[in-house]
Each structure stands twice: as structure tokens, then as C-alpha cells.
Design a protein around this ligand. Structure first.
Ligand SMILES: COc1nc(N)nc2c1ncn2[C@H]1C[C@H](O)[C@@H](COP(=O)(O)OP(=O)(O)OP(=O)(O)O)O1
Length: 190
């Protein structure tokens, strides 16, 4: 199915809506948009997440990423951020694009999401992130690793992470109010 997508979301082909909801009708307005990346290693039934030790999203688990610098492509930024935050180099491939608006932040986030199934180097804890492996088999305790800690991640992640793990490209948008509550969301496979 292909229908209109929320403001800020770019979809060139068709899409199939998977999740939408929220307590309000309209989307939050935004003026400026900044480009970000977020990247994950998924291999052998496990996913590498980082516990964010400082800055935006402090005390939450997330992928590794940050702002795209002016001279960089999003892929270059994603590779650099993975090296800076986890100490590893990975052949990242884009798997999704997300758009977030937070009531108390002066710009919207356009985030290209990347994934790789291998990496080189030794994973290290950095000033910004404490990396850790989590099991990708939710509900089936086939691993000694803990399950993905959705209750300690951004509230949007539970909607699109299953598409990332299934290898299905995705798009989506979520709006957050000042206390961090997600007030409206929409996610689709493309
Ligand atoms: C609001 O919803 C979000 N959900 C998820 N899952 N991830 C998000 C959300 N909003 C932002 N992010 C991601 C995007 C980036 O990967 C980080 C934020 O990047 P950060 O502020 O750490 O950028 P840096 O360039 O590393 O910043 P400094 O060098 O200034 O520390 O969160």
C-alpha cells in the first residue's frame, strides 16, 4: 500500500504502514533539520548496543552514531562514529531512515540507520558509550545474553528494531514532548 507519509519523512517508492498511534492529531512543527546517523552490528543472534554515558539520550541504550559533519556523507559519518564510540570499523549498509521532532529542541533529527553483520577491531568502552551484546531472539531464551532492553531505550525503537533485525528497510517518524514521552508515531516498511 502507498499513501501519504508524515511531514519530514521522505519515501520515493511504495511503503506499507506497520505501526502508528499517539494521543494527538497533528505532528509537531519544525523549521531546521539536522542530519544524524545511528549504526548497529547484528551477527550470530546478537546485536551490539551502547549505553550512552553523556549528552542527548544519556542513560539509554542505542546504536552508535551522531551528527553528520558538513564535509561528510552519512555513510562516512556512520563509519567514523562507530570507530569513535566503540573502537571498531564495520562495512555499514543503510537500512532505514527516521525523523524525530522533540518539543524542546530547535531542530528536527533526520537519522540514517545503518547495520553491518561483521566488524574489525576490538570493541572498547569510550567516554560516550559503554558497548554490550544483547540477544536478538526475543522471548526465546536460547542465549545467555540479555534480551534487547527496550524499556531502557528510546520509545520509538521497539517499533522499527524488529524491521532492522528482519532485514526489511523502513522509514518512520516520532514526536516527543519535553519529558521524553513519545506523543505521536508512524513507521512503515519500504
Ligand atoms: C528521539 O528519538 C531517538 N531515537 C533513537 N533511537 N535515536 C535517537 C533519537 N534521537 C536521536 N537519536 C540518536 C541519533 C544519534 O545517533 C544520537 C545523538 O547523537 P549525539 O547528540 O550523541 O551526536 P554527536 O555528534 O555524537 O554529539 P557530540 O559529539 O556533541 O556528543 O542519538
Amino acid at each position: 500500500m502507498s499513501a501519504s507519509v508524515p511531514p519530514g519523512v521522505v519515501c520515493e517508492g511504495s511503503h506499507t504502514e506497520k505501526h502508528s498511534g499517539g494521543a494527538v492529531d497533528g505532528w509537531l512543527a519544525f523549521e531546521k533539520v539536522k542530519l544524524y546517523t545511528n549504526a548497529f552490528i547484528v551477527e550470530e543472534g546478537r546485536i551490539l548496543l551502547g549505553y550512552k554515558k553523556r549528552g542527548f539520550g544519556k542513560d539509554l541504550y542505542n546504536g552508535f552514531g551522531g551528527k553528520v559533519e558538513p564535509q561528510e556523507t552519512p555513510l562516512e559519518a556512520a563509519v567514523r562514529e562507530m570507530q569513535e564510540e566503540a573502537g571498531i570499523t564495520a562495512p555499514l549498509k543503510k537500512c532505514g531512515t527516521l525523523f524525530f521532532v522533540c518539543e524542546d529542541i530547535d531542530h528536527a533529527f533526520h537519522i540514517d540507520i545503518f547495520v553491518a553483520d561483521e566488524y574489525t577491531g576490538a570493541i572498547i568502552e569510550t567516554d560516550e558509550m559503554r558497548p554490550g551484546w544483547f540477544s536478538t531472539s526475543q522471548g526465546a531464551p536460547s542465549s545467555e545474553l540479555p534480551p534487547i532492553p527496550y524499556s531502557r531505550m528510546w520509545a520509538d525503537d521497539v517499533f522499527w528494531m524488529p524491521m532492522l533485525l528482519a532485514g526489511k528497510p523502513f522509514i518512520g517518524r516520532a514526536d516527543f514532548v519535553q519529558d521524553g514521552t513519545m506523543q505521536k508515531w508512524w513507521f512503515a516498511e519500504v
